[in-house]
Design a binder for this molecule. Structure first.
Ligand SMILES: [Mn+2]
Length: 358
């Protein structure tokens, strides 16, 4: 209940006395519930967990006993009458809602359900901000997810040879992830070859690997709901001078950006480190999203870019993933998941970053 207490303590700064939580990850974070399609209403007076018959037993098992499990009234999921009941029960007069999660139609339903004098207050990041700094248990799960990711990539290496397709390598990597104990996939695995590596989030296809290709992997294992995220780029056969030069720049940029992060550092600092290393030659090809928080969601606060205004704090978990993408030629990205500390970050994804010619 500590997390819910921290949330309630922040209500004053949002001008609310209750919060409707709609984000699945935020509900998991606050309650321990691992299903979906539910809602949570939090106030100082109590917490109501709104769900349907599929989840009542599971929710009762997973949630803290002080959280009251309530089936949607009239079995009307997301129905107006249940929101009215929740606000009345908890005496809520200013109900916050997650403005970037609640749909326009759901807003209409809530508005029509609750008393006209109850104010609906759009709120952004109330729970997400709490999630930025991780507890030790959360970091352990991320550590486990990253170790599985390392192992799966290692076990995939022997299958990389000319003639194999991106999809076949994707299948092999995902098989190895699951065999190594991954509870799921952090996101759709990206395996791209040759000049297709310039497509930042391209989809693996039937392209066959050939000598001289760049080969980019971006993927992650999951453990206990937590997402690993890592990228590595290899070269099939002997690297050309151009491939080598870009690779060395990205690697130096990535390692320098990671080293520049410790508690108290400005959020935009790593990006300026990267830009300094890439210089005029490569800067035009740099994608300016350098990294992101990672945890119950694959992309979460904080976001690391040139206009970031947050300050790094101990036990934030973030990715650092500089990449340059040259249309028609290819791209190189190196990405680690790291934990911010008072000194050097702990790098959770430990797969080697030396230029690898396979
Ligand atoms: Mn990432």
């Amino acid at each position: 209940m500590k997390r819910i207490q921290n949330l309630v303590a922040a209500f004053g700064s949002f001008g609310i006395d209750g919060l409707l939580v709609s984000s699945v990850a935020n509900i998991t974070y606050l309650t321990g519930f691992t299903g979906d399609a539910s809602r949570l209403v939090v106030s100082e007076k109590g917490v109501l967990f709104l769900t349907d018959g599929r989840y009542t037993e599971q929710a009762a098992k997973e949630c803290h006993p002080e959280i009251e499990i309530l089936k949607w009234i009239n079995d009307n999921r997301y129905g107006a009458e249940t929101y009215r009941y929740a606000c009345e029960r908890l005496g809520i007069q200013q109900l916050g809602f997650e403005e970037d999660v609640v749909t326009f139609s759901e807003y209409g339903t809530i508005r029509s359900g609750i008393e006209p004098e109850t104010v609906l207050v759009p709120v952004q990041g109330a729970v997400n901000a709490l999630r930025m700094v991780k507890e030790n248990r959360e970091i352990s799960l991320l550590r486990e997810a990253c170790a599985i990711s390392d192992l799966a990539l290692q076990r995939t290496l022997p299958f990389i040879k000319p003639g194999i397709t991106e999809l076949e390598l994707t299948a092999r990597l995902e098989y190895e992830l699951k065999m190594a104990g991954s509870a799921g996939l952090s996101f759709d695995t990206i395996v791209l070859a040759g000049n297709r590596t310039s497509l930042l989030h391209g989809q693996p296809g039937n392209t066959r690997l050939k000598q001289g290709d760049l080969l980019l992997f971006d993927f992650g294992a999951m453990a206990g709901g937590y997402h690993a995220d890592m990228s590595r780029t290899f070269i099939l056969g002997k690297a050309s001078r151009a491939q080598k030069d870009l690779y060395n720049h990205i690697r130096t940029a990535q390692e320098s950006a990671v080293s520049s992060i410790k508690s108290g550092a400005q959020g935009n600092h790593p990006d300026s480190v990267v830009r300094g290393i890439l210089g005029d030659t490569y800067l035009p090809y740099y994608y300016p999203g350098l990294g992101h928080g990672v945890g119950l969601e694959i992309h979460e606060l904080p976001f690391i870019k040139n206009n970031s205004e947050f300050v790094f704090r101990k036990n934030m978990t973030v990715t650092i993933e500089p990449g340059c993408y040259l249309p028609g030629w290819g791209g190189i990205r190196i990405e680690d998941t790291i934990v911010v500390t008072d000194g050097d970050p702990e790098i959770l994804t430990r797969f080697p970053k030396e230029l690898t010619e396979l």
